[in-house]
Design a protein around this ligand. Structure first.
Ligand code: THU
Length: 510
C-alpha cells in the first residue's frame, strides 16, 4: 500500500481472544473463547458498532450476528510465539517472534534470586509464591506493614510482582527496588515483567492503587516501532504499551488509569495527532475482569468500548487505517484465571479501504506489523506477511507493463496452493489483438512452472473503483481454479475482493 496511509491507529483490547488456538490444550486452554464465551455467559452482547465493522463475521458471537456488508475487513490471527502474555503478543504484533518462553515460577523464585535481591536492596521478601494480587495483600498485608518487607508473588505468567503499602514503602522507593530486581532478573531468569503493585488502606481493607508500574524486559531485537521511529514516524503509546517494549520505539507516551481514561486519551490523540502511529492498549479486560473471571464486567467493558467507537471512527479520513485487535485471550468464563492461548480478532477499517474483505486466518500476529509497515510505505518488517503482500507483488509487476498503445498499465500476482507467488504484466503489440493481459501472463507463468491450483489472484490498475479482470482472463483462471479469490486494487489503496464464480457466473464449459 505504498504511501497510501499517513496515520495508523491500533487498539489492543487486551485479552479479548476469539477462540482456542490449535495447540491451546497444551496450555490448558482448550475451549477458551474470551469474547464468544462471555457473550454466551451473559445471554448475548450488545455491540452494534463492532457488529457493523464485522466482529460477528470473524466467529459466531451471541448477540453479534455477521454484518450484511461489514464496514471493516475482518479476520483472526494466530501466534507463532511460545507464550500467551501481553509482552509476547505485542512484540509479535510488532514483528518479533519469541521462541524461548519466558521463565515462570510455579514454586516461587529460587534462593539465589532472593539472596541477590537482599544484597542489592537490603530487604527480605514475604510470600514468594503464585497468588492473586488482591488475596495476597489480604493474607500478608498486615505482616508487611509490621516488618517493612515487600510481598513477592508471581502467577502462571512470567512476572515478579512486588506489593507494598504506599505508607510503608513510598512509591519512588518501590520503583527503585523493582529496578534493582529487573537488573537481577536476566538471562535464564529473564522474567517478562517486574511489576510494582502499591496498595493503601488499613488491615482488612487494603486496596490496590492505580500506581502500578511495569518494568519489562526490553525486546531482544529491533521491533517495527524502533524502525518507524528511526524513519522519523511519530509513534505514540497509550496505556501500558510502552512498558511492554521497555519504553523503546516511542516518540510520545500517555499512561492511563482505566479503559475509560484510555478511551478519552485515544479520542484526544486521534483528534490531535494527524500522522504516524497511535498504538493503544485497553487493559481492564485483562487486569480487572479476565483474571478475576468477571465476565459480567468483561461484557460491560466491551459494550462501553462499542459505545465510544463511533466517536473514533468519525474522526478518520482517507489516509487513516484503524485496526482493532488483541494480544491473547483471558477467558473469564473458564475456571482458569490466567491468560488463554487464543486467536485474536482482526478488524481493519479505513474510510478509503474497500470494506468487507475477509482477511482469513493469519498465521502470525506479525502480519499486522508487516501490514502497518507497508501502510507507511516501507517494505514489510519483521516476522509477518502483510495482508496486502499479493497486492504489493501485483503492484510491482505493474511497473513492468508494456502498454504503449492503451497507456493502461496492469499488474497481476497469483498465489498458488503451494504458497508461491507468480506475477505478470500486460504486454501489448502493434497488432493490437496479440496483446496479453496481466492476469493471463501471471497464470501462464504459474502453470509453466508446474503449478495448477491458484488460491488468490490480485490485479492492480490505476483506476477507481479498481478494475476487474476481463472475461477472457477469468475463463483462463477458471480452467485451473474455479473457486479462486480475486482481489482488485488500485494505487490509492482501494480494494475489492470477489469469488471467481461471482465475476464469471456463466463460464464456458466443454
Ligand atoms: N488488460 C489486462 O491486462 N487485464 C485485463 O483483464 C483487461 C485488460 C490490459 C490489456 C491491454 O494492454 C490494456 O489492459 C487495455 O485493454
Amino acid at each position: 500500500m505504498t504511501e497510501a496511509f499517513e496515520r495508523v491507529i491500533i487498539i489492543i483490547l487486551d485479552s479479548c481472544g476469539v477462540g482456542a488456538l490449535p495447540d491451546a490444550a497444551r496450555y490448558g486452554d482448550k475451549g477458551s473463547n474470551s469474547i464468544a464465551n462471555t457473550a454466551e455467559a451473559v445471554g448475548g452482547l450488545n455491540l452494534p458498532h463492532l457488529e457493523r465493522l464485522g466482529l460477528g463475521d470473524i466467529v459466531p458471537i451471541r448477540g453479534v450476528p455477521p454484518a450484511s456488508g461489514p464496514r471493516a475487513s475482518f479476520g483472526k490471527m494466530a501466534t507463532l510465539s511460545l507464550g500467551k502474555d501481553s509482552t509476547v503478543g505485542h512484540w509479535e504484533i510488532m514483528g518479533l517472534v519469541t521462541t524461548r518462553p519466558f521463565p515462570t515460577y510455579p514454586n516461587g523464585f529460587p534462593e539465589e534470586i532472593l539472596e541477590k535481591f537482599k544484597r542489592l536492596t537490603g530487604l527480605e521478601v514475604l510470600g514468594n509464591k503464585p497468588a492473586s494480587g488482591t488475596e495476597i495483600i489480604k493474607e500478608l498485608g498486615e505482616k508487611h506493614c509490621r516488618t517493612g518487607n515487600p510481598i513477592l508473588y508471581t502467577s502462571a505468567d512470567s512476572v515478579f510482582q512486588l506489593a507494598a503499602h504506599e505508607e510503608v514503602i513510598p512509591i519512588e522507593r518501590l520503583h527503585q527496588i523493582c529496578q534493582k530486581a529487573r537488573e537481577i532478573l536476566t538471562a535464564e531468569h529473564g522474567v517478562a515483567r517486574v511489576i510494582a503493585r502499591p496498595f493503601i488502606g488499613k488491615p482488612g481493607n487494603f486496596t490496590r492503587t492505580e500506581r502500578r508500574k511495569d518494568f519489562s524486559l526490553p525486546p531482544p531485537a529491533d521491533t517495527l516501532l524502533d524502525y518507524l521511529k528511526g524513519e522519523g514516524v511519530e509513534v505514540t503509546s497509550i496505556g501500558k504499551v510502552d512498558d511492554l517494549f521497555g519504553h523503546r520505539g516511542f516518540t510520545r507516551t500517555f499512561h492511563t488509569s482505566s479503559n475509560r481514561h484510555g478511551m478519552e486519551v485515544i479520542h484526544r490523540t486521534i483528534k490531535n495527532q494527524k500522522r504516524g502511529l497511535i498504538f493503544a492498549n485497553l487493559v481492564d479486560f485483562d487486569m480487572l475482569w479476565g483474571h478475576r473471571n468477571d465476565y459480567v464486567n468483561f461484557a460491560k467493558g466491551l459494550e462501553d468500548f462499542d459505545r465510544r467507537l463511533p466517536e473514533f471512527l468519525s474522526l478518520l479520513g482517507g489516509k487513516d487505517l484503524f485496526i482493532i485487535t488483541a494480544d491473547h485471550g483471558c477467558d473469564p468464563t473458564t475456571p482458569s484465571t490466567d491468560h488463554s492461548r487464543e486467536y485474536v480478532p482482526l478488524l481493519v477499517f479505513g474510510p478509503k479501504l474497500k470494506s468487507g474483505v475477509d482477511l482469513g486466518t493469519r498465521e502470525s500476529l506479525g502480519d499486522l506489523g508487516a501490514t502497518v509497515s507497508e501502510a507507511f510505505g516501507f517494505s514489510s518488517f519483521g516476522c509477518g506477511e502483510s495482508f496486502w503482500k499479493l497486492i504489493e507483488s501485483a503492484k510491482r509487476a505493474r511497473l513492468k507493463a508494456y502498454a504503449p498503445y492503451s497507456k493502461f498499465n496492469v499488474g497481476a500476482a497469483v498465489l498458488t496452493s503451494s504458497g508461491k507467488v507468480f506475477t505478470g504484466a500486460n504486454v501489448e503489440n502493434a497488432s493490437y489483438g496479440l496483446t496479453v493481459c496481466a492476469e493471463r501472463a501471471a497464470v501462464f507463468s504459474a502453470v509453466s512452472s508446474g503449478e495448477k491450483e491458484m488460491t488468490t489472484l490480485a490485479v492492480v490498475t490505476d483506476k477507481s473503483p479498481p478494475a476487474k479482470p476481463c472475461g477472457a482472463c477469468l475463463q483462463v483462471l477458471r480452467e485451473f481454479s474455479p473457486d479462486c479469490w480475486i482481489i482488485c486494487a488500485n494505487l490509492d489503496g482501494e480494494i475489492s475482493k470477489h469469488k471467481l464464480g461471482e465475476l464469471l457466473p456463466e463460464a464456458f464449459e466443454l
